[in-house]
Design a protein around this ligand. Structure first.
Ligand code: NAD
Length: 345
């Protein structure tokens, strides 16, 4: 059986999810929704994806010489599941695109998954492959948590399983904008999030209920990656070697080291290029091996998050969970990773 997947919102996340789904043997892309005939739309056609547009958008695509297959509603009706990668917050401040589309999907009786720009309350179910895959089995709607929350769950959940976590203090050093974004940034300033906790800690709790986490955040003038610095009080005694062993066995977590010359996010992104990854994506969370330190009952570590791509394998797993294609989260992750060329190294 091959599940029919529609992508609504073919931007930074949508185009990556489309390519990742296309690599799987149990699901396929039947079309993508674009609102405007941009170069991204042209590339979607070149990749063989059928383009669908909002009802009143067809003329602009015709003027640009781009063939469309139909309207967004027609695509949604033909799909088994819709991956909503629309931007979240609307420009006019009237709620989110996900809120509008959830009504549409519900009326059509279609399953859907949303992204981290939407709030947990939209679906009442947040998803991370490592932390809570099974919660989404057979459900109608879920939200794949944001890039930062995905990074937190990937490294914290295995620690929680192995040693127990008393509490976490996480500081998020956030990129100001994505590389393509010439409207938002970069900014020539450091902008603190003055609300404490920042939304990241509570968001991690949406996948790891009961996790005692505090978070703070600061935006810095870079576009490459986010960085997290964490201090974790463990319940059971552990050495630095014990912690490294746990992450060695954890999916989508890799080690980098300043001893290899990886001193910043710039060199981490160079690894993604050297791996030959399409769009230079790094789906894994990069933990500095020589920055992992246990002192007494406290663990300290630093990790980097490629915001444009770490949630992509999670979207594939979330489709599998909602459509009941695989009951075992670990098996789904292994299948997704094999197809996408994600390997431990
Ligand atoms: P984006 O702006 O790159 O892409 C959004 C796409 O949706 C664009 O192609 C836009 O034209 C299209 N769109 C806008 N309004 C639409 C509508 N009403 N109907 C259909 N399509 C519409 O945004 P993105 O970065 O891909 O973010 C998408 C979601 O993923 C957001 O919830 C965001 O918070 C989340 N997310 C983003 C990142 C990141 O760093 N970029 C990381 C993780 C999660």
């Amino acid at each position: 059986m091959s599940v029919k997947v529609a992508i609504n919102g073919y931007g930074t996340i949508g185009k990556r999810v489309a390519d990742a789904v296309s690599k799987q043997d149990d699901m396929k892309i039947i079309g993508v929704v674009k609102t405007r005939p941009t170069s991204e739309a042209r590339f979607a056609l070149r990749k063989g994806y059928k383009l669908y547009v909002a009802k009143d958008g067809a003329q602009a695509f015709a003027d640009a010489g781009m063939e469309i297959a139909g309207t967004a509603d027609e695509l949604f009706k033909a799909a088994d599941i819709i991956v909503d990668c629309t931007p979240g917050k609307k420009k006019d401040g009237s709620g989110t695109t996900g809120e509008d589309y959830l009504r549409v999907y519900r009326e059509l009786g279609k399953k859907a998954l949303f992204q981290g720009g939407e709030k947990h309350k939209l679906t009442g179910l947040s998803f991370n492959s490592t932390a809570n895959y099974a919660d989404s089995l057979g459900k109608e709607y879920a939200r794949v948590v944001s890039c930062n929350t995905t990074g937190l769950c990937r490294t914290l959940y295995p620690l929680h399983q192995e040693f127990g976590i008393e509490n976490v203090m996480a500081v998020m050093i956030r990129r100001a904008a994505d590389p393509y974004d010439s409207k938002t940034g970069p900014i020539n300033a450091i902008e603190p999030e003055v609300k404490v906790p920042s939304h990241h800690g509570p968001d991690a709790q949406s996948c790891m209920p009961g996790l005692n986490i505090q978070s703070m955040a600061v935006k810095v003038p870079t576009t490459l990656m986010h960085m997290h610095q964490l201090a974790v009080k463990l319940k059971k005694p552990a050495t630095t070697a014990d912690v490294l062993k746990v992450w060695e066995a954890s999916p989508r977590v890799i080690f980098v080291s300043t001893k290899d010359g990886v001193k910043s996010t710039a060199q981490v992104m160079e690894i993604a290029k050297d791996l030959g990854r399409e769009r230079a994506d790094l789906f894994e969370i990069a933990v500095w091996k020589d920055g992992v330190n246990v002192v007494g009952d406290m663990l300290y570590y630093t990790q980097a998050i490629h915001q444009e791509s770490d949630v992509v394998p999670e979207n594939v797993d979330c489709i599998r969970a909602l459509c009941n294609l695989e009951k075992d989260g670990k098996k789904s992750q292994a299948k997704t990773d094999k197809a996408m060329g994600i390997v431990k190294w």
